[in-house]
Ligand binder design. Sequence first.
Ligand SMILES: C[S@@+](CC[C@H](N)C(=O)[O-])C[C@H]1O[C@@H](n2cnc3c(N)ncnc32)[C@H](O)[C@@H]1O
Length: 248
Amino acid sequence: MSINSVNKESWNLQAKRYFENSNFSFDNVDYGDVRCLTEKDLKLLGDVKGKRILELGCGGANCGIALAKQGATVFCTDISEKQIEIAKNNAQRENVDIKFIVSAMEDVNFIDEKFDIVISICAMMYVKDIRTVFSNISSMLNKNGIFVFSLNDPTFYSVASKYLWNEKKEQQSYFYTGEERWKWEDDDNFEFITYRRTIGDYVNKLSDCKMLVSKLHQLKIEHDVINDEEELLETEYPRIMVFKSVKI
Ligand SMILES: C[S@@+](CC[C@H](N)C(=O)[O-])C[C@H]1O[C@@H](n2cnc3c(N)ncnc32)[C@H](O)[C@@H]1O
């Protein structure tokens, strides 16, 4: 089975549980965890009123819905039909009009539209061929358009791999580039495949596709009480990173 088929099937199984366990806001853009700094703090997108925005890997579309409420015209895409089903229900309940498309982000260049902003929250790590995806995004962005995305920070994952999870030796290095297979819960009978790349890999591949990084935030997760070693590590190392790049 291809990587996208594995992740699509797994996200179809995970969608309902993910939505029920998340407490994302429909009024603000969270970059992957509500306990991190959000768009209200980082202000990467600016005033979105009247802007055309494409969201890739939208999940329940909490982000797209928040942006539509602020007056943007929003297109949301995801590889999982179940995620899009949940997203459509959310949009209806929140009373916003969004165009939804089921598609892998590797294939979105069939959308014959141009955008001012492309956004993606915690979805880029599911992509193997990041060059194709960045090239698609670049060709769909207007000049000076912005691409903002968040994803797993390799700093945290290499440290946790070495000191907490005792994973394969190669994965314990910050410089590991390649796939990681993992389960949401230990007893799940389905798995996800994500990719680790260094920060430099992302910056250089964006630049190859004419998108220059203007901001990079590495986010820690704030905990009121530290319950275990993983939570302690989340306060000491960045778990999520957020890039803003500009199409030249
Ligand atoms: C961790 S969830 C994030 C969802 C949402 N952005 C959020 O912040 O809640 C990752 C999402 O990426 C989607 N996804 C995974 N691989 C994808 C691909 N190749 N193309 C498009 N979407 C993909 C999954 O179906 C899932 O909805």
